[in-house]
Write a protein that binds this ligand. Structure first.
Ligand code: CP3
Length: 357
């Protein structure tokens, strides 16, 4: 397996060095910043490009287009890392899911998984064959950034992916997925085991293709309590983080609604734990342990207000981070589509300026 190498061309004050230093728990020259869902959504240049294609899947399957969208927020916001324009759902297609991503609705699966036979029929693509167009996009982005900004690869976590596969689309309470989990644990474990392998293959392939860091999105994990998490999710997350660890690349562990789950998530793994806005950053950091890093926390809806309100939120996050190493500035969840891009740029500049060391 390829050994992880710190970007050789990165000088101390590049976004890449800032980002990777924080991931490795070394004090960077300033606190690094990026935003979840920074590629797309609120950018007019993204919307203009998007309107020329029937589906985002078409854009993602074209590595040049994916790379172009990935680079948009670097220029627009001045963030320290690029997150690849793709989606957590894509590997599911290769497992045999008939998948569609509907605008304003989200992922829809036309052949949801309901039985042991459905699960047995799922393919597990190897790290050599998984989403080759994503790997190509990572290579293009890495070459374009030339070590100035870090490259973030990502995958959905098994629980979040399973919720779409079982429900067949977005869900409010994940009742079918949780009914399988509690009521048919042998089916659940068979599905989660396959998903853990697919996610591990995807993340390892992304690091080999040039991702500096990977983030695992367990967006809907807040539906579980700690006991259920430890029984039905944690073993699979451990397997994934162990596979990433072998590559040497740092991993970010993300979820929302996780106030009750922070300890259990940290036990599962991740060099950086992403936290949402239901908890204070200092309290959350103490709970996951100061030997780990943290990111997130700012409420994305704050960005729908005006600068003084946003700045006060930023100052609160920075005060609670207290200059500890391992802090990555981010929102608690993705950028909302109605966000003014100018405010995001202002926020990046303000965080860098306020944290100059
Ligand atoms: O972060 C980025 O900017 C990079 C690209 C990215 C997308 N999806 C692009 C996208 C990332 C990291 C994701 C992750 C993702 N996808 C998650 C986890 C993050 C989170 O927000 O919790 C989840 C749950 C999904 C599933 C998904 N894909 C949903 C719920 C939707 C609905 C629309 C939306 O914007 O959230 C999608 C579609 C999607 N993924 C779009 C984009 C830019 C919009 C599709 C379009 O333009 O038609």
């Amino acid at each position: 397996m390829q050994e992880y190498t710190f970007p050789a061309v990165a000088a101390a004050r590049t976004g890449a060095a800032r980002f990777m230093n924080a991931c490795h728990h070394r004090q960077p020259d300033a606190t690094p910043v990026w935003f979840m869902r920074q590629a797309g959504r609120c950018l007019p240049e993204y919307r203009a490009l998007r309107s020329r294609y029937d589906s985002m899947m078409t854009m993602v399957r074209a590595p040049e287009i994916s790379a172009q969208v990935t680079l948009m927020p670097i220029k627009a916001f001045g963030v320290d890392a690029a997150v690849i324009y793709s989606d957590i759902m894509l590997p599911l297609e290769e497992m045999g899911m008939n998948l569609e991503i509907k605008p304003d609705i989200g992922p829809v699966i036309h052949n949801p998984v309901r039985s042991l036979a459905d699960i047995a029929a799922l393919r597990v693509p190897s790290s050599e064959e998984i989403t080759p167009y994503v790997m190509e996009s990572i290579g293009l982005v890495r070459r374009e950034l030339a070590g100035q900004q870090a490259v973030i690869g990502f995958a959905g976590a098994p629980f979040t992916l399973a919720s779409y596969m079982i429900e067949g689309g977005p869900s409010r309470d994940y009742r079918q997925a949780k009914a399988m989990m509690y009521g048919q644990p042998e089916l659940w474990d068979a599905l989660m085991s396959k998903l853990a392998d697919v996610v591990a293959h995807s993340l390892v392939a992304q690091v080999r293709a040039g991702a500096d860091v990977v983030q695992v999105f367990d967006s809907w994990i807040g539906a579980l309590n700690p006991h259920a998490y430890r029984r039905f999710v944690q073993p699979y997350m451990r397997r994934i983080f162990a596979a990433v660890k072998q590559t040497g690349a740092p991993a970010i562990h993300f979820g929302t609604g996780t106030a009750a789950l922070l300890e259990a998530m940290a036990e599962a793994g991740g060099d950086i734990i992403s936290i949402d806005w239901h908890v204070e950053l200092d309290e959350a950091w103490a709970r996951v342990g100061f030997e780990r890093g943290v990111q997130g926390n700012l409420d994305p809806t704050l960005l729908l207000t005006s600068w003084p309100t946003i700045e006060a939120g930023m100052q609160d996050v920075l005060r609670r981070a207290a200059n500890r190493p391992g802090h990555i500035f981010n929102l608690g969840h993705g950028v909302l589509p109605a966000t003014d891009p100018g405010l995001l740029r202002q926020l990046v500049e303000a965080v860098h300026e306020a944290t100059q060391r």
